[in-house]
Design a protein around this ligand. Structure first.
Ligand code: ADE
Ligand code: ZN
Length: 354
């Protein structure tokens, strides 16, 4: 039987009417995966927002969960960031950060995420009077518990807010000093346009000297030049988003030859109007060009889905085959900050899936 769907000329179904796409979505869901681009503050679900607001007697400008969800309509990155920073105001105690992190870990466990590399935004908290130690303490306790309770491994990446001066990032690195044995890397996030990677050259150099891994958001809204700066001035180990790299053939060639991992976030790209439509998403093209692309959720509570929802969205809209999906799952471990031995073990586990 053949069924017409908007993005494919035809899709075959089996006797029960299960389409090939349904099978691919189930296959992607079943695979072990790593998540490499996840802002823990962006996993704050409206229900938890209300619970924490009540617990801490914090005012929030919403009357119901439905009202919060209705406010999640964005035309660009800045639109989202305004509401994202507002949402954080309910996070005040170590217990709040623990509950937030535990909720994410429990949720993605059901998506077969076996390893996660979590961003957090310390300046989003210290700027409003919440201590660095309060935020990181709660997050780390949850990460340890997830390892003990269900074997999920993790890395923690501390992001600098690029709309603030570099001095704030340097102060944040100093505040992190007592925790550096439990912080794996630094990242660069927030408003991209007008805040190029070059603004953070000194603090990235200091982080590199401390043995930290380096990631940066670049090419989400910013031009290919920002990706060059992240590579040449910040010396990143991983590129967050990187979509606009595709506008520059020489840059693509370089990213392929350096086997740079791109942490691509399909539902985020749709919600922030980086793409007009999921059928226009560049993920398939990235794979075809040989780029080491991965699938991630970015801020799942705000963008409408966790890891497997992102896979389902791209499988539905794009012409991904089973090999592409396997490559995406393998890339998530190849691009992780796990050891070579750990990566090898995860790749072998993926090979057991048919
Ligand atoms: N902070 C949280 N999500 C972000 C994104 N998608 N881009 C930049 N900064 C962010
Ligand atoms: Zn992000």
């Amino acid at each position: 039987m053949v069924v017409a769907v908007p993005y494919l000329l035809e899709v075959t179904t089996d006797a029960k009417g299960v389409t090939l796409k349904d099978q691919l979505i189930a296959y992607a869901a079943s695979l072990p995966k790593a998540e490499l681009h996840l802002h823990i503050e962006g996993s704050l679900e409206p229900e938890l927002m209300f619970t924490l607001a009540q617990r801490n007697h914090t005012d929030i400008p919403f009357k119901s969960v439905e009202e919060v969800r209705a406010a999640y309509s964005f035309s660009n990155l800045q639109d989202f960031l305004d509401i994202y920073y507002q949402g954080m105001s309910v996070l005040n105690t170590e217990e709040d950060f623990f509950d937030l992190t535990m909720a994410y870990l429990n949720r993605v466990r059901t998506d077969n995420v076996r390893h996660t590399e979590i961003f957090f935004d310390p300046q989003g908290h210290t700027e409003r009077g919440v201590a660095f130690d309060t935020a990181i303490g709660g997050i780390l306790t949850a990460l340890s518990l997830a390892k003990k309770q269900f074997g999920m491994t993790s890395k923690l990446i501390m992001c600098f807010l690029r709309h603030l001066p570099e001095e704030g990032a340097i102060n944040t690195l100093h505040a992190a000093e007592p925790w550096l044995d439990r912080i794996d890397g630094v990242g660069l996030d927030s408003s991209e346009l007008g805040h190029p990677p070059s603004k953070f050259e000194r603090v990235f150099k200091a982080a590199r000297e401390r043995g930290l891994k380096l990631a940066a958001h670049a090419g989400e809204e910013g031009p290919p030049d920002y990706v060059y700066e992240a590579l040449d001035l910040l010396h990143i180990d991983r590129l967050d988003h990187g979509n606009r790299s595709l506008e520059d053939d020489a840059l693509v060639k370089r990213l392929v030859s350096e086997q740079m991992t791109l942490t691509v976030c399909p539902l985020s790209n749709l919600k922030l109007c980086v793409v007009d439509d999921m059928t226009a998403h560049p993920l398939k093209k990235m794979l075809d060009l040989g780029l080491r692309a991965t699938v991630n959720s970015d801020d799942p509570s705000y963008f409408g889905g966790y890891m497997n929802d992102n896979f389902a969205a791209v499988i539905t809209a794009l012409d991904l085959c089973q090999d592409d999906i396997k490559t995406l799952a393998k890339n998530s471990f190849r691009g992780s900050f796990l050891s070579e031995g750990e990566i090898r073990a995860h790749l072998a586990a993926i090979d057991l899936f048919q």
